[in-house]
Design a binder for this molecule. Structure first.
Ligand code: GTP
Ligand code: CA
Length: 508
């Protein structure tokens, strides 16, 4: 029987509408997918650079860092891509010829021009931070220190970078930025955005303490859960939405070069006919030293004795126990006006958590093969003692390529590090293995320079930059997935619930 014409037309019309809507819907999903893909195509990598010069007492290093511009507030994105060790001594050694301080930086700064793309050099910040060597020069002769700084500033301004300043940083800054560097590189500033915060009892990782041993000063910095009784040792940071109460102290004159001078100066009284027997050098080792040069350091000048000879013929006897006695004599532990002190009357809370020990801690312990985390304190002591007892000509024969200045001082430096950590700071065999001796972390040097730049370029936000629980890609992906799912459900329903043809009215 023919269906009424109108009913037939209506059905055809219905069919057309449904097909049209279906096509529209599928088109909508396709365009959604296309937008998602286009929207999330990786942005052209926009890399930024930064340069920091570490003008230390013994030498200067030029570090170049890079990071993806669009992620600069994320943690762990900045990495070191180059280090250039400046030839010669630290800038503080040019007090009498300040122009040479600036000239000494030329070679490494030219290297930086080769590393950083020319079109980005103008916007690349350059910072110079000078540490304990310049602090000592400023104590001795502030004018000379100023002349050295202006010489390096003139040199740095002559390069096509964005010069941001050359200054002597404080010991507190040096400790704080070293702490920021290693925790940034270790990923301890976890941003608890995303799903982390929904995990019950999620605890961001603890931070690591920072131990920095330079040539003229040494720093200890760590997060303290206990009250910090002295204001000068107390820092408060707010980083990525978390607060940190930090203890830090910088011991000027307790870098390993100045400590060696202190040890020698304390022994001059025992010299006979200018010959000084020193147990901190391997037996058979000899070096001449001018006492004027020795006493020229403000760390030593107060130890001058009238009977001191003008030159010293220092002869090694390689005796670890006697060296240990001499080294311990430079730490004053007789007075403390706080509940607890490290040495020289300086407050120190009890040592908490793990520590990263870098700079000379690493150079020395790495040479002595003592960076293995499982090695006991007793074993470490035995190793240093054994090295001290080796005759100098045997040591020299075994390590012909190592600079004599470094090689001759490993007995002293090993003994000094052990006593600074144990006798000075209070580490013991119980927490010795909480110390990690670090050279680099993920190809970036452990040291204050990265933290310094992160702070000055505001790359570590106090509060967490808002980030939705899902990344954009994740959000879009889910949207597309559920849209397709919806289409499939609708199609399935339509196909399975529409009336089969044979049931259509009028057919049966
Ligand atoms: N064995 C060894 N010693 C090194 C090396 N580089 C530097 N040193 C020595 O280690 C000590 C510390 O070096 P740095 O960390 O550069 O010290 P610095 O920054 O010049 O000194 P501060 O201004 O006090 O921080 C100094 O006595 C250096 O002579 C190295 O590669 N091997
Ligand atoms: Ca240093």
């Amino acid at each position: 029987m023919d269906e009424p014409k109108a009913a037939k037309q209506k059905k055809t019309w219905h069919k057309k509408v449904i097909i049209f809507l279906g096509a529209l819907f599928v088109l909508g999903v396709i365009s959604l997918v296309a937008i998602a893909v286009v929207q999330n195509k990786p942005l052209p990598k926009n890399i930024k650079y930064g340069i920091v010069l570490d003008a230390g007492s013994s030498h200067t290093s030029v570090y170049i860092y890079e990071w993806p511009a669009e992620k600069e507030n994320d943690t762990g994105v900045v990495q070191q891509i180059n280090e250039c060790k400046v030839e010669g001594n630290g800038i503080s050694s040019y007090g009498h010829e300040p122009l040479k301080a600036g000239l000494s930086l030329q070679k490494c700064m030219n290297k930086a021009r080769q590393v950083i793309p020319e079109k980005q050099q103008r916007e690349t910040p350059v910072y110079l931070g000078a540490t304990a060597g310049m602090r000592l020069l400023r104590l001795t002769n502030a004018t000379m220190a100023e002349e050295v700084l202006s010489s390096v500033e003139n040199t740095l301004r002559s390069f096509p970078f964005d010069f941001q300043g050359a200054r002597i940083i404080t010991g507190q800054e040096e400790g704080a930025y070293g702490w920021i560097t290693i925790n940034y590189l270790l990923g301890n500033f976890i941003q608890d955005s995303g799903w982390f915060k929904y995990i019950p009892n999620f605890k961001p990782t603890e931070t690591s303490g920072a131990l920095d041993l330079g040539g003229a000063s040494t720093q200890i910095t760590f997060e303290s859960k206990r009250e910090i009784e002295s204001q000068e040792n107390s820092l408060h940071f707010r980083l990525y939405g978390k607060s940190y109460d930090i203890y830090t102290h910088s011991f000027l004159c307790y870098g390993k070069d100045q400590a060696l001078r202190l040890q020698i100066a304390n022994s001059i009284k025992d010299a006979t006919d200018s010959i000084l027997l020193d147990p901190c050098f391997n037996s058979g080792y000899r070096r001449n030293a001018s006492t004027n040069d020795l006493y020229s350091s403000p760390c030593i000048s107060k130890l001058r004795i009238p009977t001191a000879p003008s030159t010293l013929d220092i002869r090694g006897t390689g005796n670890y126990q006697l060296c240990k006695r001499n080294v311990q004599a430079i730490f004053n532990r007789t007075h403390c006006t706080y509940s607890h002190c490290s040495f020289n009357g300086v407050f120190q809370p009890s040592l908490d958590g793990t520590f990263g020990a870098f700079s000379a801690y690493y150079f020395v312990m790495n040479f002595l093969n003592l960076t293995n985390e499982q090695m006991s304190l007793d074993k470490v002591k035995e190793t240093v003692e054994r090295h001290c007892s080796r005759p100098w000509d045997e040591v020299k024969k075994d390590f012909p390529k190592i600079k004599e200045k470094y090689l001759s001082e490993y007995c002293f430096s090993g003994t000094y590090i052990l006593n600074l950590l144990e006798y000075g700071y209070g580490f013991s065999s119980e927490n010795w293995n909480d110390i990690r001796f670090l050279g680099k972390i993920k190809d970036s040097d452990a040291g204050w320079t990265l933290g310094y730049m992160l702070n000055l370029t505001n790359m570590i936000p106090a509060e967490l930059p808002y980030s939705p629980p899902l990344s954009h890609a994740g959000y879009t992906g889910l949207m597309v997935f559920f849209s397709i799912l919806l289409v499939c459900i609708i199609l399935t329903c339509w196909l399975s619930f529409r009336k089969p043809k044979c049931l259509h009215k009028g057919i049966i």
